[in-house]
Design a protein around this ligand. Structure first.
Ligand code: ADP
Ligand code: MG
Length: 666
């Protein structure tokens, strides 16, 4: 591919050149690799009466009414839209010029998110508009300030015309899967001539990404450095197990043996432990950390949020300090003086176990003798962060814990460089959470139920979904939901938590909830997965269809943590997906279904994986690609000297380095 400048392209003046650069586009190649993030299919608008909430919808409708008002300093423009099947409300923020641009009676395509309003009716949020005679497939790029979509398309066109794209996939991959070549594939991603061509191009791009990713990870695994072989017989961890206060489940026993077995070898452990929420992964992590400390090494446990880190710290103190382990907590909010002391003790080896957020990988954190690194809720950390923590030690053992049960096919690909342990059993005595779909007509009953639970001292979560593009509205809807709940439950203590609050305020509210000082927590955020409040027995999820199944299961896992019967109520459309969730509590089943229905890209965890191009996976939306890519990777590695394979392997290395992987040579 020619790496030409973009300044020479038609339509790029000085201002736009700067805007493009600010968005990370330096050359023609960057332009070509910045793929559309979605496509509009003008032949397939949806009848207004059949919109799907929680998704983007394309409608073709007439404007019936138009009104602009001002609320807390913001212009809010509302339109009533109608087609032959029905009516829907559309709303825009801070676009008062629309009042003049739009005409009553005018017919247009409208494209945007449809959400259910707190009163239950659907609403089209900030839709884009297109002329009623639009045709074909329109690619939409991630917006760049100062560069209109039309110009982005035009630039992609010029870039394609001026470039030749080299083929890097071996012939067998293309022929076996009927995939287009590199040039054709890239063209069709930017300018799909048909849905079929687009699907093939997406499949090619996704397969290529998955393949390169695995090849990089798998070839890395083979060149691992030597680490520390530890004494990890059962006698070493027995004091910890005795202190635990409950016997391990069979699955925990098995996985603990796998972990300890790894740590006894001088090949550094690289193991993923996955299991359903509440299966007891923390105890396993602590047991392994305890073993490392008994061997004279330090351990580090990294959690994705301050709340989770704090929780782990509290349990570690309670469990491990009586056994003589010195535990410390390092997060972004630890004060400078305290931090200095902590780091000193870490450096001289007095501190044996450090728990914290990604502050653990910040500069100046120097371990004396780091032997084991554990990351909790792995999907929240990019691969780079994981690698950076590992590099703080001399080839330490690495244990990764995932709260999301991931189907085996996906786990093998995403964590190609890790061995897999599965905790497939819950501790005894858990009552399964009962999950119910709540139709509109039964909402009043739900409030009554909530009140009853709270009367008995129980607590509830109410989750409102997050829609990136309309954060203002998210906050507004959550506020409204919170106010409504307070009105329905006047004697109860209801609080709101949303993603845009400062961290300290969020923490304070979560702590108050954990301490039982609040009865209900209305939250727009799903950041706080992993919080453990056993007294919370009800989870209400608004706009449930907005979430993936795995995510819903994850949310449901916030309740059912104590001895009491717990409930999960889904407010949303009566769909196959939601009914499925009501029918099972098994996280692995849920995960398999999610993968089947929505493809790997939508899977909680893949989004934040940091190395794979999540947009691509999402668009490709096909679980079978995982299997195919795995097989292709194995075939390439079976014959690494073959010319095409060798070239691909070389490319895989460079490709992943560019995405933040660090490879070391021994
Ligand atoms: P997760 O795997 O979701 O991280 P946790 O480690 O937080 O789950 O464990 C959930 C709860 O189950 C904790 O309160 C923990 O003490 C408890 N627990 C873990 N293992 C067992 C066991 N074998 N028997 C009884 N309770 C257990
Ligand atoms: Mg956990």
């Amino acid at each position: 591919m020619d790496a030409g400048g973009i300044g020479a392209l038609k339509g790029v003046g000085k201002a736009r050149l700067e805007a493009l650069r600010a968005a990370g586009i330096e050359d023609v190649q960057d332009l070509l690799l910045r793929l559309p993030k979605e496509y509009i299919f003008f032949d397939e608008p949806r009848p207004v009466s059949r919109v799907t909430c929680g998704e983007k919808n394309l409608l073709r409708a007439r404007i019936l009414q138009l009104r602009t008002g001002f609320f807390s300093g913001r212009a809010v423009t509302t339109a009533k839209l109608r087609d032959a099947s029905g009516e829907i409300e559309a709303v825009w923020f801070n676009q008062s010029y629309l009042q003049k641009q739009l005409e009553i009676g005018e017919e247009c395509f409208f494209y945007g998110y449809v959400l259910r309003r707190p009163d239950g009716r659907p609403r089209l949020n900030c839709p884009m508009r297109f002329p009623a005679d639009s045709k074909g497939i329109l690619p939409l790029y991630k917006p760049i300030d100062g560069v209109p979509q039309k110009l982005l398309r035009d630039l992609a066109k010029q870039a394609l015309e001026g470039s030749r794209v080299e083929e890097i996939l071996p012939d067998f991959v293309l022929s076996e899967h009927g995939l287009p070549g590199a040039q054709e594939g890239l063209h069709d991603l930017h300018f799909p001539p048909s849905r079929e061509a687009l699907n093939r191009a997406l499949a090619r791009a996704a397969l290529q990404d998955l393949l390169l990713f695995q090849l990089a990870a798998l070839s890395q695994k083979k060149s691992a450095q030597k680490g520390a072989a530890m004494q990890t017989g059962r006698v070493v961890v027995q004091p910890f197990l005795d202190a635990l206060g409950f016997p391990l489940t069979g699955a925990q026993e098995r996985v603990l043996d796998e972990i300890l077995g790894d740590m006894a070898s001088d090949t550094p452990m690289a193991r993923l432990v996955e299991g359903d929420v509440g299966c007891g992964k923390t105890a396993l992590a602590f047991a392994a950390l305890y073993a490392a400390v008994q061997n004279g090494f330090q351990g580090a446990l990294m959690a994705p949020t301050e709340v989770l880190a704090g929780q782990h710290y509290d349990s570690a103190k309670a469990l491990l300090e009586p056994l003589g382990v010195r535990v410390g907590l390092l997060t972004g909010s630890v004060r400078a003086k305290e931090r200095r002391l902590l780091l000193e003790e870490l450096n001289n080896g007095e501190l044996q176990l450090l728990i914290g957020t990604h502050a653990l990988i910040s500069e100046g954190v120097v371990y004396h003798r780091l032997g084991l690194v554990v990351t909790d809720e792995q999907h929240r950390f990019g691969v780079r962060q994981r690698t950076n923590l590992e590099r703080k030690g001399n080839a330490p053992h690495v244990l990764v814990m995932s709260a999301t049960p991931i189907p085996r096919t996906l786990a093998l690909v995403l964590y190609a460089d890790l061995s897999l342990s599965v905790v497939d059993e819950l501790p005894p005595g858990r009552q399964p959470v009962r999950t119910r779909l709540v139709p509109e007509s039964r909402l009043e009953g739900l409030y009554g139920f909530l009140d009853g639970e709270m009367e008995r001292g129980r607590q509830a979560y109410v989750i409102c979904p997050l829609v990136e593009e309309t954060t203002e509205m998210d906050a507004a809807d959550a506020e409204q939901t919170c106010a409504l709940l307070q009105k329905k439950l006047p004697r109860r203590r209801v609080a709101l938590l949303h993603g845009r609050m400062p961290g300290a305020k969020k923490d304070a509210i979560l702590r108050a909830f954990a301490a039982g000082e609040l009865d209900a927590l209305v939250s727009t955020t799903v950041i706080e997965v992993g919080v453990n409040v056993p007294n919370a027995t009800v989870m209400v999820i608004e706009n449930a269809e907005r979430f993936g199944l795995a995510q819903l299961h994850q949310l449901r896992g916030r309740v059912g943590r104590g001895a009491e019967q717990s409930w999960c109520f889904l407010l949303g459309e009566n769909s196959e997906r939601l009914r499925f969730l009501c029918s099972t509590n098994d996280g692995f089943e849920v995960a398999r279904k999610d993968l089947e229905l929505r493809g790997p890209g939508d899977f909680l965890g893949v989004r934040q994986h940091g190395a794979l191009d999540e947009g691509l996976l999402e668009l490709a939306g096909d679980g079978r690609l995982l299997q195919s890519s795995r097989e292709a990777a194995e075939r390439v590695l079976a014959d690494p000297q073959e010319e095409q394979n060798a070239r691909l392997l070389k490319y895989a290395r460079g490709y992943m380095e560019a995405k933040g992987y660090v490879f070391s040579q021994n």
